[in-house]
Ligand binder design. Sequence first.
Ligand code: BES
Ligand code: MN
Ligand code: MN
Length: 462
Amino acid sequence: MKDIKSYVNQHKDRFIDELIELLKIPSVSADSAFSKDILKTADAVKNALEKAGCDKVEICKTPGNPIVYGEKIIDKKLPTILVYGHYDVQPADPIDLWDSPPFEPVIKKTKIHPDGAIFARGACDDKGQVYMHVKALEYMVSTNQLPCNVKFMIEGEEEIGSVSLAWFVERNQEKLANDIILISDTGMISNSQPSITTGLRGLSYVEVEVTGPNRDLHSGLYGGAVANPINILAKMIASLHDENNRVTIPGFYDKVADLSSAERAEMAKAPFSLDDYKKALDIEEVYGEKGYTTNERNSIRPTLDVNGIWGGYIGEGAKTVIAGKAHAKISMRLVPNQDWQEITELFKNHFEKIAPKSVKVKVKPHHGGQGYVTPIDTIGYKAASKAYQESFGVAPIPQRSGGSIPIVALFEKELKSKTILMGFGLDSDAIHSPNEHFGVFNYLKGIETIPLFYKYFVEMSK
Ligand code: BES
Ligand code: MN
Ligand code: MN
């Protein structure tokens, strides 16, 4: 594309400033205290899309957070790209672990980001990556090089399960009709080795409650004579993995799509240093399912993890008490062919079954979604590959990710189109963690790569 590099270079300071403004609004979807900020952010995204050149932009009401929809239709006969992303962010907690306030963005250099990185909640996941698309559109429209139609659908509930988006997609098939869905909400291997995400894991998220006696008890007077729900919960959770770190829920692995040894060998070619991995996390050894490598464990294998556990006394000092209840939040990452609702059922039945009679157990399913694998022999993949090749000067590697974007499988079902995951973040960008950041290099490279995708996708569609 004509002058894309020089356009980005000329406008980069403004691109960064605009993103910083967007990052200042704390659009946390999990906490209703931020619902005004959610609306403010939706407004800001709407304005940005209008300014960038969309002809029609609207804030679509849903039973939950609004969806920002924008479009620029230049010719109905040309292909249509649907860009999806999310403007909501994860809670910033624990806030004291941030080196600078999560909603007061700062640019700092890091070892991995010598050109600087923008530190703020949502910088990489996903406001920064959404904004790359807005600026790519600005470039294409302002230089008269938009080669096809484009639709934007930016939602505000991705981090809490995209419930309203599913509702919206089911009701707006025609409006959302497209030839390909383009998403930047994933990562790549490194800044010198780009990769295209070809798979996402599914998810089943549940909350469990174990109830013992009808009230908190003196741990001396009653201790040893009644079931302690926290002890029991810990034991039940521990039993969910065997000595090979495999999940013990009957049927859990039944539908798992196994990879051929050729596919596994192909995966193993991706550059990866176990030493660097351990060093970056300050761990002596990795841990996981026997018989699989680290990269396999975190992408092609299903998992079960406790995300939070609570109960009893956690205040200062010591209080001798047996709590009446114990709780845990548990997520299961799933792989293709595992059905999240079926897995939720299997979990529930098993967890209720392994509980001793001395306690009562409740399992409450939260959200979930199916995994996704993208084929690599499609025009979409080839166009994305060519775009990365041109902007990075290196051919990208296909790589399956361990994260989840459950709505992608639903897109395919409802809109009958494939998704291309062009992510520009790095695993080390600390998404969902304190000190989330997004490399300035990554942000600008994204803006540079996206128009090339449009160009090659349209060329190859002819
Ligand atoms: N953008 C992430 C998912 C992601 C990140 C995929 C990096 C691949 C690489 C997304 O915002 C996210 O956090 N998804 C949630 C699931 C959702 C249902 C809460 C996740 O993966 O935990
Ligand atoms: Mn995301
Ligand atoms: Mn996220």
